[in-house]
Write a protein that binds this ligand. Structure first.
Ligand code: XMP
Length: 513
Protein backbone atom coordinates (compact mmCIF):
# COMPACT_ATOMS: atom_id res chain seq x y z
CA UNK A 1 0.00 0.00 0.00
CA UNK A 2 1.66 3.20 -1.12
CA UNK A 3 -1.04 5.46 0.28
CA UNK A 4 -1.26 6.18 3.98
CA UNK A 5 -3.52 3.60 5.54
CA UNK A 6 -4.80 2.83 8.98
CA UNK A 7 -6.19 -0.65 9.45
CA UNK A 8 -8.91 -1.69 11.83
CA UNK A 9 -8.60 -5.21 13.20
CA UNK A 10 -12.06 -6.65 13.74
CA UNK A 11 -12.56 -8.55 16.99
CA UNK A 12 -16.30 -8.90 16.46
CA UNK A 13 -17.57 -5.56 17.78
CA UNK A 14 -20.62 -3.75 16.53
CA UNK A 15 -18.97 -0.55 15.42
CA UNK A 16 -16.11 -1.79 13.28
CA UNK A 17 -17.09 -0.07 10.07
CA UNK A 18 -18.00 3.01 12.02
CA UNK A 19 -14.42 3.22 13.29
CA UNK A 20 -13.17 2.94 9.70
CA UNK A 21 -15.58 5.60 8.63
CA UNK A 22 -14.41 7.98 11.37
CA UNK A 23 -10.80 7.48 10.30
CA UNK A 24 -11.80 8.25 6.70
CA UNK A 25 -13.46 11.40 8.04
CA UNK A 26 -9.96 12.42 9.16
CA UNK A 27 -9.03 12.06 5.47
CA UNK A 28 -6.98 8.95 6.10
CA UNK A 29 -7.72 5.80 4.14
CA UNK A 30 -8.92 2.96 6.33
CA UNK A 31 -9.84 -0.69 5.85
CA UNK A 32 -11.30 -3.28 8.21
CA UNK A 33 -9.59 -6.70 8.40
CA UNK A 34 -10.21 -9.80 10.50
CA UNK A 35 -8.31 -9.91 13.78
CA UNK A 36 -6.34 -12.96 12.66
CA UNK A 37 -5.10 -11.56 9.35
CA UNK A 38 -1.53 -12.31 10.46
CA UNK A 39 1.62 -10.31 10.97
CA UNK A 40 3.14 -10.92 7.57
CA UNK A 41 0.08 -9.55 5.80
CA UNK A 42 0.08 -6.54 8.13
CA UNK A 43 3.75 -5.93 7.35
CA UNK A 44 2.98 -6.09 3.64
CA UNK A 45 0.21 -3.53 4.05
CA UNK A 46 2.59 -1.32 5.99
CA UNK A 47 -0.12 0.69 7.77
CA UNK A 48 0.61 3.93 9.59
CA UNK A 49 -1.59 2.79 12.48
CA UNK A 50 -3.70 -0.09 13.75
CA UNK A 51 -6.95 0.05 15.69
CA UNK A 52 -8.32 -2.92 17.63
CA UNK A 53 -12.11 -2.94 17.79
CA UNK A 54 -14.41 -3.97 20.60
CA UNK A 55 -15.86 -7.45 20.72
CA UNK A 56 -18.28 -9.60 22.67
CA UNK A 57 -15.74 -11.88 24.34
CA UNK A 58 -13.74 -11.85 27.55
CA UNK A 59 -10.00 -11.92 27.05
CA UNK A 60 -9.70 -14.62 29.70
CA UNK A 61 -12.75 -16.64 28.56
CA UNK A 62 -12.83 -19.71 26.37
CA UNK A 63 -12.87 -18.86 22.70
CA UNK A 64 -11.35 -15.44 23.28
CA UNK A 65 -10.22 -13.96 20.00
CA UNK A 66 -6.58 -13.05 20.24
CA UNK A 67 -3.96 -11.68 17.87
CA UNK A 68 -0.26 -12.42 17.92
CA UNK A 69 1.54 -10.63 20.73
CA UNK A 70 4.37 -9.65 18.38
CA UNK A 71 2.02 -7.13 16.80
CA UNK A 72 3.02 -4.76 19.62
CA UNK A 73 6.65 -4.93 18.47
CA UNK A 74 6.04 -3.89 14.87
CA UNK A 75 6.71 -0.27 15.75
CA UNK A 76 3.28 0.69 14.40
CA UNK A 77 1.07 2.77 16.73
CA UNK A 78 -1.92 0.80 18.02
CA UNK A 79 -5.16 2.04 19.57
CA UNK A 80 -7.21 -0.56 21.40
CA UNK A 81 -10.91 0.18 21.87
CA UNK A 82 -13.06 -1.59 24.51
CA UNK A 83 -12.29 -5.31 24.06
CA UNK A 84 -9.23 -4.17 22.08
CA UNK A 85 -8.01 -2.20 25.09
CA UNK A 86 -8.51 -5.17 27.41
CA UNK A 87 -6.68 -7.44 24.98
CA UNK A 88 -3.74 -5.07 24.92
CA UNK A 89 -3.65 -4.98 28.72
CA UNK A 90 -4.02 -8.76 28.98
CA UNK A 91 -1.31 -9.64 26.44
CA UNK A 92 1.16 -7.14 27.91
CA UNK A 93 0.89 -8.22 31.54
CA UNK A 94 -1.92 -6.06 32.94
CA UNK A 95 -4.96 -7.45 34.72
CA UNK A 96 -8.45 -7.74 33.20
CA UNK A 97 -11.40 -8.93 35.28
CA UNK A 98 -15.16 -8.67 35.49
CA UNK A 99 -15.95 -5.13 36.60
CA UNK A 100 -17.78 -4.89 39.93
CA UNK A 101 -20.06 -2.36 38.26
CA UNK A 102 -20.57 -2.62 34.51
CA UNK A 103 -20.93 0.68 32.77
CA UNK A 104 -23.33 1.11 29.92
CA UNK A 105 -24.21 4.34 28.17
CA UNK A 106 -23.03 7.92 28.52
CA UNK A 107 -20.44 8.14 31.27
CA UNK A 108 -18.33 10.98 32.56
CA UNK A 109 -14.66 10.25 32.03
CA UNK A 110 -11.95 12.20 33.82
CA UNK A 111 -8.84 12.77 31.77
CA UNK A 112 -5.62 12.44 33.76
CA UNK A 113 -3.13 13.20 31.01
CA UNK A 114 -3.73 15.52 28.07
CA UNK A 115 -0.33 15.14 26.46
CA UNK A 116 -1.11 12.81 23.59
CA UNK A 117 -4.38 11.00 22.79
CA UNK A 118 -6.39 13.50 24.79
CA UNK A 119 -4.77 16.70 23.55
CA UNK A 120 -7.48 19.37 23.33
CA UNK A 121 -10.04 17.21 25.19
CA UNK A 122 -11.87 18.67 28.23
CA UNK A 123 -10.84 17.54 31.73
CA UNK A 124 -14.20 15.83 32.17
CA UNK A 125 -15.79 14.50 29.04
CA UNK A 126 -18.82 12.37 28.22
CA UNK A 127 -17.94 9.05 26.61
CA UNK A 128 -19.94 5.98 25.57
CA UNK A 129 -19.19 2.94 27.70
CA UNK A 130 -20.42 -0.56 27.09
CA UNK A 131 -18.51 -3.17 29.06
CA UNK A 132 -18.76 -5.84 31.71
CA UNK A 133 -15.00 -6.51 31.98
CA UNK A 134 -12.47 -3.82 32.72
CA UNK A 135 -8.76 -3.28 33.08
CA UNK A 136 -8.10 -3.52 36.78
CA UNK A 137 -4.40 -2.88 36.44
CA UNK A 138 -2.48 -1.47 33.49
CA UNK A 139 0.70 -3.29 32.33
CA UNK A 140 3.88 -2.14 34.09
CA UNK A 141 5.20 0.28 31.46
CA UNK A 142 1.80 1.93 30.86
CA UNK A 143 0.45 5.18 32.32
CA UNK A 144 -3.21 5.53 33.18
CA UNK A 145 -4.50 8.52 31.25
CA UNK A 146 -8.21 8.54 32.18
CA UNK A 147 -10.58 7.03 34.72
CA UNK A 148 -14.24 7.02 35.68
CA UNK A 149 -15.90 6.46 39.04
CA UNK A 150 -16.28 2.76 38.29
CA UNK A 151 -13.31 2.19 36.04
CA UNK A 152 -9.76 2.80 37.28
CA UNK A 153 -8.26 2.46 33.79
CA UNK A 154 -10.64 4.12 31.34
CA UNK A 155 -7.59 4.84 29.19
CA UNK A 156 -3.90 3.99 29.29
CA UNK A 157 -0.87 4.46 27.10
CA UNK A 158 2.74 3.57 26.62
CA UNK A 159 3.90 6.47 24.50
CA UNK A 160 7.42 5.13 23.87
CA UNK A 161 5.94 2.06 22.18
CA UNK A 162 3.05 3.92 20.53
CA UNK A 163 0.41 1.88 22.36
CA UNK A 164 -2.88 3.46 23.40
CA UNK A 165 -6.08 2.03 24.82
CA UNK A 166 -9.52 3.34 25.68
CA UNK A 167 -12.27 1.42 27.44
CA UNK A 168 -15.00 3.57 25.87
CA UNK A 169 -16.01 3.96 22.23
CA UNK A 170 -14.59 7.15 20.70
CA UNK A 171 -16.20 6.30 17.33
CA UNK A 172 -19.85 6.72 18.39
CA UNK A 173 -21.52 10.10 18.42
CA UNK A 174 -22.36 9.86 22.11
CA UNK A 175 -18.67 10.23 22.88
CA UNK A 176 -18.71 13.97 22.59
CA UNK A 177 -15.00 14.50 21.92
CA UNK A 178 -14.40 11.14 20.24
CA UNK A 179 -13.41 12.66 16.91
CA UNK A 180 -10.74 14.79 18.61
CA UNK A 181 -9.30 11.64 20.17
CA UNK A 182 -9.35 9.70 16.90
CA UNK A 183 -7.83 12.61 15.04
CA UNK A 184 -5.10 12.85 17.67
CA UNK A 185 -4.40 9.18 17.09
CA UNK A 186 -4.33 9.08 13.30
CA UNK A 187 -2.79 12.50 12.61
CA UNK A 188 -0.57 13.29 15.61
CA UNK A 189 0.38 9.85 16.86
CA UNK A 190 0.45 7.84 13.61
CA UNK A 191 1.74 10.85 11.69
CA UNK A 192 -0.72 10.63 8.81
CA UNK A 193 -0.90 13.68 6.56
CA UNK A 194 -4.67 13.44 6.23
CA UNK A 195 -4.73 14.11 2.50
CA UNK A 196 -6.89 11.17 1.41
CA UNK A 197 -10.20 11.99 -0.26
CA UNK A 198 -13.10 10.16 -1.86
CA UNK A 199 -11.47 10.63 -5.27
CA UNK A 200 -8.68 8.37 -4.05
CA UNK A 201 -11.32 5.76 -3.21
CA UNK A 202 -12.72 6.12 -6.71
CA UNK A 203 -9.30 5.81 -8.32
CA UNK A 204 -8.14 2.79 -6.37
CA UNK A 205 -11.47 1.03 -6.70
CA UNK A 206 -11.42 1.50 -10.47
CA UNK A 207 -7.94 0.00 -10.60
CA UNK A 208 -8.95 -2.91 -8.34
CA UNK A 209 -11.99 -3.62 -10.54
CA UNK A 210 -9.81 -3.66 -13.66
CA UNK A 211 -7.42 -6.11 -12.06
CA UNK A 212 -10.25 -8.39 -11.01
CA UNK A 213 -12.33 -8.32 -14.17
CA UNK A 214 -9.55 -8.57 -16.75
CA UNK A 215 -11.29 -9.16 -20.06
CA UNK A 216 -14.45 -10.61 -18.49
CA UNK A 217 -18.03 -9.50 -19.08
CA UNK A 218 -19.88 -7.70 -16.32
CA UNK A 219 -23.60 -7.32 -15.76
CA UNK A 220 -25.27 -4.72 -13.56
CA UNK A 221 -28.92 -4.44 -12.59
CA UNK A 222 -29.55 -0.73 -12.61
CA UNK A 223 -32.54 0.71 -10.77
CA UNK A 224 -31.66 4.38 -11.09
CA UNK A 225 -31.27 4.57 -7.29
CA UNK A 226 -28.13 6.07 -5.79
CA UNK A 227 -26.32 2.86 -4.93
CA UNK A 228 -26.75 0.98 -8.18
CA UNK A 229 -26.04 4.17 -10.17
CA UNK A 230 -22.76 4.81 -8.35
CA UNK A 231 -21.77 1.14 -8.69
CA UNK A 232 -22.60 1.22 -12.41
CA UNK A 233 -20.58 4.37 -13.08
CA UNK A 234 -17.58 2.99 -11.20
CA UNK A 235 -17.76 -0.13 -13.32
CA UNK A 236 -18.28 1.85 -16.52
CA UNK A 237 -15.19 3.92 -15.78
CA UNK A 238 -13.23 0.78 -15.02
CA UNK A 239 -14.22 -1.56 -17.83
CA UNK A 240 -16.35 0.46 -20.29
CA UNK A 241 -17.98 -1.72 -22.90
CA UNK A 242 -17.34 -4.92 -20.98
CA UNK A 243 -20.20 -3.72 -18.77
CA UNK A 244 -23.87 -4.10 -19.62
CA UNK A 245 -26.45 -2.38 -17.46
CA UNK A 246 -29.92 -3.82 -17.49
CA UNK A 247 -32.62 -1.41 -16.43
CA UNK A 248 -36.00 -3.06 -15.98
CA UNK A 249 -38.89 -0.62 -16.25
CA UNK A 250 -41.58 -2.52 -14.37
CA UNK A 251 -44.15 0.19 -14.87
CA UNK A 252 -44.05 1.01 -11.17
CA UNK A 253 -41.53 3.83 -11.34
CA UNK A 254 -42.17 7.46 -10.50
CA UNK A 255 -43.32 9.76 -13.28
CA UNK A 256 -40.64 10.21 -15.99
CA UNK A 257 -38.16 8.13 -14.00
CA UNK A 258 -37.51 5.58 -16.74
CA UNK A 259 -36.60 8.33 -19.19
CA UNK A 260 -34.43 10.09 -16.62
CA UNK A 261 -32.43 6.93 -16.00
CA UNK A 262 -32.09 6.34 -19.73
CA UNK A 263 -30.96 9.94 -20.30
CA UNK A 264 -28.03 9.38 -17.92
CA UNK A 265 -27.07 5.79 -18.70
CA UNK A 266 -28.41 5.29 -22.22
CA UNK A 267 -26.64 5.87 -25.55
CA UNK A 268 -27.02 9.66 -25.35
CA UNK A 269 -25.63 9.83 -21.82
CA UNK A 270 -22.03 10.54 -20.82
CA UNK A 271 -20.96 6.96 -20.08
CA UNK A 272 -19.46 4.44 -22.42
CA UNK A 273 -21.40 1.30 -21.53
CA UNK A 274 -23.96 -1.06 -22.98
CA UNK A 275 -27.39 -0.11 -21.72
CA UNK A 276 -30.51 -2.22 -22.06
CA UNK A 277 -33.86 -0.82 -21.04
CA UNK A 278 -36.51 -3.49 -20.80
CA UNK A 279 -40.01 -2.07 -20.98
CA UNK A 280 -41.78 -4.79 -19.07
CA UNK A 281 -44.77 -2.80 -17.79
CA UNK A 282 -47.48 -4.97 -19.34
CA UNK A 283 -45.86 -8.12 -18.08
CA UNK A 284 -45.82 -6.84 -14.49
CA UNK A 285 -49.38 -5.50 -14.64
CA UNK A 286 -50.60 -8.87 -15.90
CA UNK A 287 -48.90 -10.74 -13.10
CA UNK A 288 -50.27 -8.30 -10.53
CA UNK A 289 -53.84 -8.34 -11.82
CA UNK A 290 -56.28 -9.18 -9.02
CA UNK A 291 -53.54 -9.40 -6.35
CA UNK A 292 -54.17 -7.31 -3.24
CA UNK A 293 -52.01 -8.79 -0.49
CA UNK A 294 -48.86 -6.64 0.03
CA UNK A 295 -46.37 -9.43 0.60
CA UNK A 296 -47.68 -11.34 -2.39
CA UNK A 297 -47.29 -8.22 -4.54
CA UNK A 298 -43.71 -7.85 -3.36
CA UNK A 299 -42.95 -11.48 -4.15
CA UNK A 300 -44.49 -11.26 -7.61
CA UNK A 301 -42.60 -8.08 -8.45
CA UNK A 302 -39.33 -9.48 -7.10
CA UNK A 303 -39.70 -12.77 -8.89
CA UNK A 304 -40.74 -11.23 -12.20
CA UNK A 305 -37.84 -8.83 -11.93
CA UNK A 306 -35.44 -11.71 -11.66
CA UNK A 307 -37.07 -13.53 -14.60
CA UNK A 308 -36.72 -10.48 -16.86
CA UNK A 309 -33.18 -9.98 -15.70
CA UNK A 310 -32.27 -13.61 -16.31
CA UNK A 311 -33.68 -13.51 -19.81
CA UNK A 312 -31.53 -10.50 -20.61
CA UNK A 313 -28.47 -12.12 -19.02
CA UNK A 314 -28.99 -15.18 -21.21
CA UNK A 315 -29.20 -13.05 -24.33
CA UNK A 316 -25.88 -11.44 -23.49
CA UNK A 317 -24.35 -14.81 -22.64
CA UNK A 318 -21.16 -15.83 -20.82
CA UNK A 319 -21.28 -13.14 -18.17
CA UNK A 320 -18.53 -13.57 -15.60
CA UNK A 321 -19.38 -10.95 -13.01
CA UNK A 322 -22.52 -9.53 -11.47
CA UNK A 323 -22.35 -6.06 -9.91
CA UNK A 324 -24.34 -5.31 -6.81
CA UNK A 325 -24.72 -1.90 -5.22
CA UNK A 326 -24.68 -3.32 -1.68
CA UNK A 327 -23.66 -0.68 0.83
CA UNK A 328 -22.61 -1.10 4.43
CA UNK A 329 -26.02 -0.70 6.14
CA UNK A 330 -27.37 -3.48 3.84
CA UNK A 331 -24.58 -5.68 5.11
CA UNK A 332 -25.55 -5.05 8.74
CA UNK A 333 -29.26 -5.45 8.14
CA UNK A 334 -28.92 -8.72 6.30
CA UNK A 335 -26.62 -9.95 9.06
CA UNK A 336 -29.26 -9.56 11.75
CA UNK A 337 -31.01 -12.72 10.72
CA UNK A 338 -33.33 -13.40 13.62
CA UNK A 339 -35.66 -10.42 13.68
CA UNK A 340 -39.26 -10.74 12.60
CA UNK A 341 -40.02 -10.09 8.96
CA UNK A 342 -42.14 -6.94 8.86
CA UNK A 343 -41.77 -6.55 5.12
CA UNK A 344 -39.66 -8.70 2.87
CA UNK A 345 -37.64 -6.01 1.14
CA UNK A 346 -36.94 -6.75 -2.44
CA UNK A 347 -34.00 -4.69 -3.40
CA UNK A 348 -32.89 -4.90 -7.00
CA UNK A 349 -29.37 -4.85 -5.61
CA UNK A 350 -30.10 -8.13 -3.84
CA UNK A 351 -30.26 -10.18 -6.99
CA UNK A 352 -30.09 -13.85 -7.70
CA UNK A 353 -28.32 -16.93 -6.74
CA UNK A 354 -30.37 -18.00 -9.73
CA UNK A 355 -28.09 -16.94 -12.55
CA UNK A 356 -24.64 -18.44 -12.75
CA UNK A 357 -21.93 -15.90 -12.28
CA UNK A 358 -18.32 -16.53 -11.52
CA UNK A 359 -18.23 -13.78 -8.96
CA UNK A 360 -20.13 -10.87 -7.51
CA UNK A 361 -18.56 -7.42 -7.37
CA UNK A 362 -19.72 -5.13 -4.57
CA UNK A 363 -17.56 -2.02 -4.84
CA UNK A 364 -19.53 -0.02 -2.24
CA UNK A 365 -19.68 -2.66 0.43
CA UNK A 366 -17.68 -0.72 2.97
CA UNK A 367 -19.30 2.68 2.45
CA UNK A 368 -22.13 4.41 4.26
CA UNK A 369 -24.85 6.16 2.28
CA UNK A 370 -23.37 9.63 2.56
CA UNK A 371 -19.97 8.26 1.51
CA UNK A 372 -21.62 6.64 -1.52
CA UNK A 373 -23.09 10.04 -2.35
CA UNK A 374 -19.65 11.65 -2.08
CA UNK A 375 -18.24 8.98 -4.40
CA UNK A 376 -21.15 9.65 -6.79
CA UNK A 377 -20.31 13.36 -6.92
CA UNK A 378 -16.64 12.53 -7.49
CA UNK A 379 -17.71 10.38 -10.42
CA UNK A 380 -19.65 13.29 -11.91
CA UNK A 381 -23.10 11.75 -11.50
CA UNK A 382 -25.78 14.48 -11.63
CA UNK A 383 -26.79 15.82 -8.22
CA UNK A 384 -30.45 15.03 -8.66
CA UNK A 385 -29.52 11.35 -8.97
CA UNK A 386 -26.96 11.42 -6.18
CA UNK A 387 -29.28 13.05 -3.65
CA UNK A 388 -32.42 11.13 -4.51
CA UNK A 389 -34.58 9.91 -1.72
CA UNK A 390 -34.76 6.14 -1.40
CA UNK A 391 -37.30 4.38 -3.57
CA UNK A 392 -38.35 0.82 -2.81
CA UNK A 393 -37.59 -1.97 -5.29
CA UNK A 394 -41.30 -2.85 -5.77
CA UNK A 395 -41.88 0.83 -6.47
CA UNK A 396 -45.40 2.19 -6.72
CA UNK A 397 -46.65 -1.37 -6.42
CA UNK A 398 -46.54 -0.90 -2.64
CA UNK A 399 -47.83 2.67 -2.76
CA UNK A 400 -51.09 1.58 -4.34
CA UNK A 401 -53.19 -0.09 -1.70
CA UNK A 402 -54.97 -3.10 -3.09
CA UNK A 403 -54.89 -4.15 -6.72
CA UNK A 404 -52.40 -2.48 -9.05
CA UNK A 405 -53.70 -1.30 -12.42
CA UNK A 406 -52.18 0.90 -15.10
CA UNK A 407 -54.81 3.54 -14.32
CA UNK A 408 -53.95 3.60 -10.62
CA UNK A 409 -50.26 3.84 -11.46
CA UNK A 410 -51.02 6.89 -13.59
CA UNK A 411 -52.95 8.51 -10.71
CA UNK A 412 -50.26 7.96 -8.09
CA UNK A 413 -47.48 9.02 -10.49
CA UNK A 414 -49.22 12.31 -11.27
CA UNK A 415 -50.11 13.05 -7.64
CA UNK A 416 -46.60 12.21 -6.46
CA UNK A 417 -45.07 14.41 -9.17
CA UNK A 418 -47.13 17.41 -8.02
CA UNK A 419 -46.24 16.75 -4.39
CA UNK A 420 -42.53 16.55 -5.10
CA UNK A 421 -42.67 19.61 -7.33
CA UNK A 422 -44.36 21.75 -4.67
CA UNK A 423 -42.04 20.53 -1.92
CA UNK A 424 -39.10 21.55 -4.11
CA UNK A 425 -40.71 24.91 -5.03
CA UNK A 426 -41.24 25.68 -1.36
CA UNK A 427 -37.68 24.56 -0.53
CA UNK A 428 -38.85 22.41 2.37
CA UNK A 429 -37.19 19.16 1.28
CA UNK A 430 -34.13 19.63 3.52
CA UNK A 431 -34.27 17.25 6.44
CA UNK A 432 -37.00 15.10 4.93
CA UNK A 433 -35.98 11.46 4.79
CA UNK A 434 -38.69 10.42 2.39
CA UNK A 435 -41.86 11.96 1.02
CA UNK A 436 -44.31 10.62 -1.51
CA UNK A 437 -47.93 10.20 -2.46
CA UNK A 438 -49.75 6.89 -2.12
CA UNK A 439 -53.11 5.85 -3.49
CA UNK A 440 -55.53 4.61 -0.88
CA UNK A 441 -58.10 2.06 -1.84
CA UNK A 442 -60.83 4.31 -0.56
CA UNK A 443 -63.29 6.11 -2.77
CA UNK A 444 -65.49 8.77 -1.35
CA UNK A 445 -68.15 11.23 -2.41
CA UNK A 446 -67.11 14.67 -3.51
CA UNK A 447 -68.56 17.55 -5.41
CA UNK A 448 -66.92 19.26 -8.35
CA UNK A 449 -68.62 21.86 -10.53
CA UNK A 450 -72.01 21.03 -9.01
CA UNK A 451 -71.56 17.38 -9.93
CA UNK A 452 -71.28 14.47 -7.56
CA UNK A 453 -67.99 12.61 -7.80
CA UNK A 454 -67.04 9.24 -6.40
CA UNK A 455 -63.27 9.10 -6.62
CA UNK A 456 -60.09 7.99 -4.88
CA UNK A 457 -58.36 9.57 -1.89
CA UNK A 458 -54.63 10.19 -2.25
CA UNK A 459 -52.53 10.08 0.91
CA UNK A 460 -49.42 12.23 1.31
CA UNK A 461 -46.59 11.04 3.49
CA UNK A 462 -43.41 12.78 4.65
CA UNK A 463 -41.04 11.53 7.30
CA UNK A 464 -37.85 12.65 8.97
CA UNK A 465 -35.49 9.79 9.62
CA UNK A 466 -31.82 9.05 9.52
CA UNK A 467 -31.88 5.27 9.70
CA UNK A 468 -35.31 4.41 8.20
CA UNK A 469 -35.86 1.99 11.08
CA UNK A 470 -37.74 4.65 13.01
CA UNK A 471 -39.22 7.82 11.58
CA UNK A 472 -41.10 10.91 12.71
CA UNK A 473 -43.93 12.33 10.73
CA UNK A 474 -42.68 15.59 9.16
CA UNK A 475 -44.52 18.84 9.72
CA UNK A 476 -44.90 20.14 6.19
CA UNK A 477 -46.11 23.76 6.30
CA UNK A 478 -49.85 23.98 5.93
CA UNK A 479 -49.79 26.37 2.96
CA UNK A 480 -47.63 23.89 1.02
CA UNK A 481 -49.94 20.98 1.85
CA UNK A 482 -53.03 22.88 0.91
CA UNK A 483 -51.51 23.96 -2.42
CA UNK A 484 -50.56 20.36 -3.16
CA UNK A 485 -54.07 19.15 -2.26
CA UNK A 486 -55.60 21.78 -4.49
CA UNK A 487 -53.43 20.95 -7.44
CA UNK A 488 -53.92 17.21 -7.07
CA UNK A 489 -57.73 17.34 -7.06
CA UNK A 490 -57.72 19.80 -9.92
CA UNK A 491 -55.08 18.19 -12.10
CA UNK A 492 -55.27 14.47 -11.42
CA UNK A 493 -58.34 12.82 -12.85
CA UNK A 494 -59.90 10.25 -10.53
CA UNK A 495 -58.95 11.95 -7.22
CA UNK A 496 -61.33 14.06 -5.15
CA UNK A 497 -59.72 13.97 -1.71
CA UNK A 498 -56.19 14.36 -0.28
CA UNK A 499 -55.18 13.12 3.18
CA UNK A 500 -52.00 13.72 5.16
CA UNK A 501 -50.53 10.85 7.16
CA UNK A 502 -49.51 12.03 10.64
CA UNK A 503 -48.27 8.74 12.07
CA UNK A 504 -44.68 7.99 12.97
CA UNK A 505 -42.82 4.71 12.62
CA UNK A 506 -43.48 2.76 14.78
CA UNK A 507 -46.39 2.11 15.03
CA UNK A 508 -46.86 2.77 11.28
CA UNK A 509 -44.21 2.02 8.69
CA UNK A 510 -42.89 4.48 6.13
CA UNK A 511 -44.48 2.88 3.08
CA UNK A 512 -48.17 2.06 3.15
CA UNK A 513 -47.76 -1.62 2.39
P1 XMP B 1 -40.83 0.71 5.81
O1 XMP B 1 -42.04 0.88 4.96
O2 XMP B 1 -40.49 -0.72 6.08
O3 XMP B 1 -39.65 1.29 4.94
O4 XMP B 1 -40.88 1.54 7.04
C1 XMP B 1 -38.32 1.51 5.35
C2 XMP B 1 -37.50 1.88 4.14
O5 XMP B 1 -37.42 0.75 3.26
C3 XMP B 1 -38.00 1.05 2.00
N1 XMP B 1 -38.77 -0.14 1.60
C4 XMP B 1 -38.34 -1.01 0.68
N2 XMP B 1 -37.21 -1.02 -0.06
N3 XMP B 1 -37.94 -3.00 -1.08
C5 XMP B 1 -37.03 -2.01 -0.97
O6 XMP B 1 -36.03 -2.03 -1.69
C6 XMP B 1 -39.10 -3.06 -0.35
O7 XMP B 1 -39.91 -3.97 -0.50
C7 XMP B 1 -39.30 -2.01 0.56
N4 XMP B 1 -40.29 -1.71 1.44
C8 XMP B 1 -39.94 -0.57 2.06
C9 XMP B 1 -38.88 2.26 2.22
O8 XMP B 1 -39.04 3.01 1.02
C10 XMP B 1 -38.11 3.00 3.29
O9 XMP B 1 -37.05 3.74 2.73
Amino acid sequence: MARETVIVLDFGGQYNQLIARRVRECNVYCEVHPYNIGLSRIREMNPKGIIFTGGPNSVYGEGAVVCEKEIFDLGIPILGICYGSQLMAHLLGGKVTTAPVSEYGKTEVEIDDHASLFAGVSDKTICWMSHTDYIEKAPADFTVTAHTQACPVAAMECRERGLYAVQFHPEVMHTVEGMTMLRNFVINICGCAGDWKMDSFVETTIQAIRDKVGKGKVLCALSGGVDSSVAAVLLAKAVGRQLTCVFVDHGLLRKNEGDEVEAVFGPDGPYDLNFIRVNAQERFYQKLAGVTEPEQKRKIIGEEFIRVFEEEAKKIGAVDFLVQGTIYPDVIESGLGKSAVIKSHHNVGGLPDHVDFKEIIEPLRMLFKDEVRKAGLELGIPEYLVFRQPFPGPGLGIRIIGEVTAEKVRIVQDADYIYREEIANAGVDKGLGQYFAALTNMRSVGVMGDERTYDYAVALRAVCTSDFMTADCAQIPWDVLSKVANRIVNEVKGVNRVLYDCTSKPPATIEFE
